[in-house]
Design a protein around this ligand. Structure first.
Ligand SMILES: [Zn+2]
Length: 317
């Protein structure tokens, strides 16, 4: 769905605001968003260490060049994918995040979904998800504070959701919600599949930025509908080659929309995050959509990804 069609469908005032044509100066930016990057050290299909080192280096270079705070969510099971010999080099990738002044959080050890994993087993995977990250953070006087649910799945039912959240609080971990959810992972998977086809990769990158621009408009309209104001947002991205190559363009798109980048700590100070959320089920989605469901607010259709990008990602479908 195009931004224009989406705005017609939503018919809200947010759509009348300037979007991506007029640059907004940093100190005039009123919108805020925290960047969160999942599946560290690397999302998507397995790749060799050299590739992971390249992706990590370039991803962090974009964040440092733009002076943007971010938090990365780690799956420590991935530290073992290259065996004992490569483990120190994979741990070093996490250290690079801290050396860049960024934060790290727990995303479980093996990325299970709470929807179909028994609670005790899932909790064990959380406990095994951050010993290395905690050791690295302890060396600088910090510890892991945030947890991100894999697939944004908070459980199959209220009983599981409530039990897990109480347990998480006892463990001293804070849930990191997402307001700007998207199909970035699909564009990244297609980009990865394109391999050495540089023309195709360039087309995917252009489509990615345009798609993310449209999703930003969708969530801006939804936050107005729910709160009548702009809230502090939280964007979900993943550690992948697409962002390693093009994160600067994505950050620029958000800047053009009037956003400045804040930490997850700062975003969560917004009272919007104290909103009641009772959604459970198979779908992972934005917390804006969960709050809408809880309040009985009808949801407009999400912006759809490009079909041709899906075909590149999954040629056999
Ligand atoms: Zn994940």
């Amino acid at each position: 769905m195009s931004a224009a069609v989406l705005c017609l469908a939503l018919a809200t005032s947010a759509c009348a605001q300037p979007t991506s044509t007029e640059p907004v100066l940093e100190d005039e930016a009123t919108r805020t968003i925290a960047i969160t990057i999942d599946d560290l050290p690397l999302g998507g299909r397995p790749h060799d260490l050299e590739y992971q080192q390249r992706v990590t280096r370039d991803l962090l270079a974009h964040l440092e060049a733009a002076d943007v705070p971010a938090i990365g969510f780690v799956n420590e099971g991935k530290l073992d994918l290259g065996g004992d010999l490569e483990r120190p080099a994979r741990i070093a990738l996490l250290q690079q995040w801290l050396d860049a002044g960024l934060d790290l959080g727990n995303h479980t050890r093996d990325h299970p979904s709470l929807f179909d994993t028994p609670l005790a087993e899932y909790q064990q995977n959380v406990l095994e998800g951050d010993p290395v990250t905690n050791r690295l953070l302890a060396a600088q006087g910090d510890s892991v504070r945030y947890f991100r649910h894999p697939y944004l799945n908070v459980g199959p039912d209220r009983e599981t959701k409530d039990a897990f959240e109480a347990w998480l609080e006892d463990e001293g971990l804070i849930i990191a919600p997402v307001t700007h959810d998207n199909a970035e992972w699909l564009y990244a998977f297609a980009y990865d599949k394109a391999e050495d086809d540089l023309a195709l990769k360039a087309r995917i990158a252009d489509a990615y930025i345009a798609y993310m621009d449209t999703t930003a408009g969708y969530y801006q309209a939804l936050e107005q509908e729910l709160f009548g104001r702009e809230i502090a947002n939280i964007l979900l991205l993943h550690a992948n080659e697409l962002n390693a190559d093009h994160l600067d363009r994505l950050l620029e798109m958000y800047r053009r929309r009037g956003y400045r980048f804040i930490t997850l700590d700062a975003a969560l100070e917004d009272d919007a995050y104290r909103s009641e959320d009772t959604y459970t089920g198979r779908a992972g989605m934005s917390w804006l959509q969960r709050w809408a469901i809880h309040r009985g607010v009808p949801l407009a259709s999400e912006p759809v990804h490009d079909d041709w990008v899906n075909a590149v990602a999954y040629p056999d479908q």
